[in-house]
Design a protein around this ligand. Structure first.
Ligand code: ADP
Length: 496
């Protein structure tokens, strides 16, 4: 009997592979970095062949380390950096240019042009997104703009577009499959989330021929088999989701209301909204959480620009800690932040404040303020920014969250997790598996192939790595939140 699901987690800086057993536990993992390419300030590219070679090498390595063969793998689940755009030649199977990475700002002028044509509201109501260089649509336009021959070839059906899931599946299947899962499609700015189909208006506005587009497939379901050459035997590819959606699934957030937060450099917060897309008035994105059996589930997404990055600033900018983990002991050395607030608006503020002129502020300093108060106030700021986004989500979706599921590099900080539970006044539950993104992709693939019998079984095997119950008295919590709002007010508009 086959023993494992192989999850491929193609991230922005590394390509990871993890084998999960029937208990949903990671048995072995491997990660290989690949080069970042910065052609100009603000531009980021990846070599598509480097994405592929690092991904396949990490997959082979994890099998070799475990002594496993393709026979031991029931199915492959794929999760990936979202929005990153690859265009390849259908005849040769080779990319025509480097991939344009999600972070890349090179298409700002194309976005400006869409905005000047009054398309903001159209984009929001059709795609659930905002006009921004992050999303794939303007990146495809840019790639075609580089040579008139490319536009001609695209119109002749000779070129294919895909996100990183599409590209990996193209490679894994020896060029036989040209697909994208619905969660990744919902990040392209070309996909109509209401209709569940490519959006003709957006394609026309961006002059992208429909013949370039991949077939949109389920997030859980056998979409293709690997070419036998790749692993020595064909393996079904049965799960696909963009990284944040995979983490939402891997956290067991499957029903309306459930929220997960990933604490990394910034925070990515997603709330499941069931079978109903919710369109935000305040800058949350509407996205597909998963599509299974042809039925889409939806989520709203908000992000915080600076979270773990504020801890890095304590370390590198202020020099008051030597490692990120030391922030916990330093902050715990004082019982409270004593009225000090750090607002880490280093690059403006996102949801729900949306002020690009906001700048970082430390408010409430007195003669007694120490580095420990600043450290504690910085942890509080991460939790309070999360509270602001969760509050906004609950207001806009009308569904209250019962507990927050958390993952990411900063969740090892127990004090931060306790503060988070205190300000939310709801439990915070940390996943035992740090790699919830890969776990989500594994769940999607395992459910499609009978490796796991259903969600009930997954819910039973899902393991918590710590639960934090709110314990701060309500009056103290309310005072902390009120002070935060006042401090945010001081940070706003600073650079204008
Ligand atoms: P990313 O995927 O964005 O690179 P990670 O998930 O690897 O981020 O998390 C790294 C971030 O978490 C860093 O910004 C770091 O400052 C922060 N971090 C790591 N450990 C801790 C800790 N114990 N306490 C607070 N922040 C931490």
């Amino acid at each position: 009997m086959s023993k494992y699901i192989l999850a491929l987690d193609q991230g922005t800086s590394s390509s990871r592979a993890i084998l999960f057993d029937r208990a949903g536990a990671p048995v072995a993992q491997s990660a290989l970095e690949f080069p970042q390419i910065y052609p100009q300030p603000g531009w980021v590219s990846h070599d598509p062949e480097a994405i592929w070679s690092s991904q396949i090498a990490s997959a082979r390595r994890v099998l070799a380390e475990t002594g496993a063969t393709a026979d031991d793998v029931v199915a492959i689940g794929i999760t990936n950096q979202r929005e990153t755009t690859v265009v390849w030649d259908r005849a040769t199977g080779l990319a025509i240019d480097d991939a344009i990475v999600w972070q890349c700002r090179r298409t700002a002028a194309i976005c400006e042009d869409l905005r000047s044509r009054g398309l903001d509201a159209e984009v929001r109501s059709r795609t659930g997104l905002l006009i921004d260089a992050y999303f794939s649509g303007t990146k495809v336009r840019w790639l075609l703009d580089q040579d008139p021959e490319r536009q001609r070839r695209a119109e002749a059906g000779e070129l294919a577009f895909g996100t990183v899931d599409s590209w990996l599946i193209h490679k894994l299947t020896g060029g036989r499959a040209h697909v994208i899962d619905a969660t990744n499609a919902s990040r392209t700015m070309l996909y109509n989330v209401r209709d569940g189909a490519w959006d003709e208006r957006m394609l026309a506005e961006l002059r992208i021929p429909a013949s370039m587009l991949p077939q949109v497939v389920d997030s859980s379901g056998i979409v293709a088999e690997t070419d036998p050459e790749v692993f020595g035997r064909a393996i079904p590819i049965a799960g696909i989701a963009g990284d944040q959606q995979a983490a939402l699934f891997g956290q067991g957030c499957w029903d309306a209301g459930a929220i997960k937060n990933t604490y990394g450099t910034g925070c990515f917060i997603l709330q499941h909204t069931g079978d109903r897309p919710v369109f935000s008035e305040n800058g949350l994105l509407t996205t597909i959480a998963s599509r299974i059996g042809g039925v889409p589930q939806f989520a709203v997404e908000g992000s915080i620009f600076i979270a773990g990055a504020a801890i890095q600033w304590l370390r590198d900018g202020l020099g008051i800690i030597k490692t990120a983990a030391e922030s916990e002991a330093l902050a715990a050395s004082v019982p409270s932040s004593d009225g000090v607030y750090v607002v880490p608006a280093f690059a403006g503020l996102g949801a729900p404040h949306w002020d690009m002129y906001a700048r970082g502020t430390i408010a409430g300093i007195t003669r007694g303020t120490t580095a420990a108060h600043i450290a504690r106030a910085t942890l509080e700021a991460i939790a309070l920014q999360t509270l602001d986004v969760v509050d906004l989500m609950e207001r806009e979706t009308g569904v209250r969250m019962t507990e927050l599921r958390v993952d990411g590099g900063a969740v090892g900080n127990d004090l931060l997790m306790q503060i988070q539970a205190d300000v939310l006044q709801r439990p915070v539950v940390r996943s035992k598996t740090a790699e919830t993104t890969a776990l989500g992709a594994a769940y999607l693939a395992g459910l499609a192939t009978g490796f796991w019998t259903g969600r009930d079984e997954i819910a039973r095997i899902w393991r918590s790595g710590g639960r934090f119950e709110p314990s701060m008295p309500a009056s103290q919590r309310d005072a902390l939140v009120a002070g935060w709002q006042k401090a945010v007010g001081r940070a706003k508009g600073w650079a204008s």
